[in-house]
Design a protein around this ligand. Sequence first.
Ligand SMILES: Cc1cc2nc3c(=O)[nH]c(=O)nc-3n(C[C@H](O)[C@H](O)[C@H](O)COP(=O)(O)OP(=O)(O)OC[C@H]3O[C@@H](n4cnc5c(N)ncnc54)[C@H](O)[C@@H]3O)c2cc1C
Length: 386
Amino acid sequence: MTTHIESEEHKALRSAVAALGKRYGREYLTRTIAEGKPLTELWSEAGKLGYLGVNLPEAYGGGGGGITELSIVLEELGAAGSPLLMLVVSPAICGTVISRFGTEDQKTRWLPALADGTRLMAFGITEPDAGSNSHRITTTARKDGTDWLLTGRKVFISGVDMADAVLIVGRTEDARTGRLKPCLFIVPTDAEGFQKHPIDMELNAAEKQFELVLDDVRLPADALVGDEDAGLLQLFAGLNPERIMTAAFAIGMGRYALSKAIEYARDRTVWKAPIGAHQAIAHPLAQAHIDLELARLMMQKAAHLYDAGDDIGAGEAANMAKYAAGEACVKAVDQAVHTLGGNGLTREFGLASLITAARVARIAPVSREMILNYVSHQTLGLPKSY
Ligand SMILES: Cc1cc2nc3c(=O)[nH]c(=O)nc-3n(C[C@H](O)[C@H](O)[C@H](O)COP(=O)(O)OP(=O)(O)OC[C@H]3O[C@@H](n4cnc5c(N)ncnc54)[C@H](O)[C@@H]3O)c2cc1C
């Protein structure tokens, strides 16, 4: 009997997406960033081909797969040098939350458009005074008749300029303090009282981050997704895919950097043999490859558990996968840049900007330290310091 980590179908998806990624590649990303534009062409084509919605239900225009399939899409686009960060947010978080907890009306209104990429939804949980501690978020929804009035501030929200709406995590007025009892609201980006200000990031990426100011934004009753009382469960239904997808983002970027370094190390000769023959260059590249492969294995486990409906098991695995992938990506990029010597820092070879980009996977959506805290307390049962 032969067993497979990946089915024939998954392998076919992987190579089809890789072919699409190759057609766009790093040149497309670099050109589009220089023009200050979003990655619209790649996003639309991936949407038309059904890749953006592989995880969404078939009944609503999706591919009927899961996060397993969506993570393959993001990893392969990243490995080709043109990752679509908003895959982490629009189909993975927002699409998942709406398809699992939305009303029939919310599903028909949003899912087909998120699946074919004609509409995009950003996600906002981070606040200036809360950061890693989501229990401190203060964005508050107040009832006014059947409407909601939403007020608060969010920071580092990705892709708001490309988005039709933001799925905002807030809390209701009667659950304003204490342990987080979150509520999820679909907030249109053209709503009155909704302001977005770009944050000046030192990141070479097409997706921008924004500060949001919500000043009594009036929302209809059906802007609320799911149940006011089951918010935490609903939120985690979206946060686990986010972690798995961030792992896919990191693994794709790490693979891209590594492939460039390997190509260079095979040819570049300054003594008798190419530099790749020196073990001081070859071994760290081999280690980086092993680390990326190990991280992918954990990501596949997390995606498998999540798609099988095991939210609890997926939570631990998704955290570990995000940690492993973030670390593997940072190391792979660092070693790739080093392998190119001076060329590692030239614009022509385009690797140095990945040093900053790789750090994103170590910080967001949950930092390395918060994952180590989670494993210390939840998995190992050690006491808490905070
Ligand atoms: C490029 C980018 C895109 C992003 N996109 C989005 C988005 O679309 N939507 C969104 O909601 N958010 C987004 N974020 C925000 C991101 O999720 C946060 O930056 C992240 O959760 C960390 O929060 P913070 O930046 O406030 O850091 P802080 O919470 O202030 O942490 C700062 C440092 O302290 C450490 N630390 C904090 N508490 C502890 C502790 N108890 N023990 C040990 N160490 C600790 C952290 O690990 C970190 O190293 C994005 C961020 C970036 C950089």
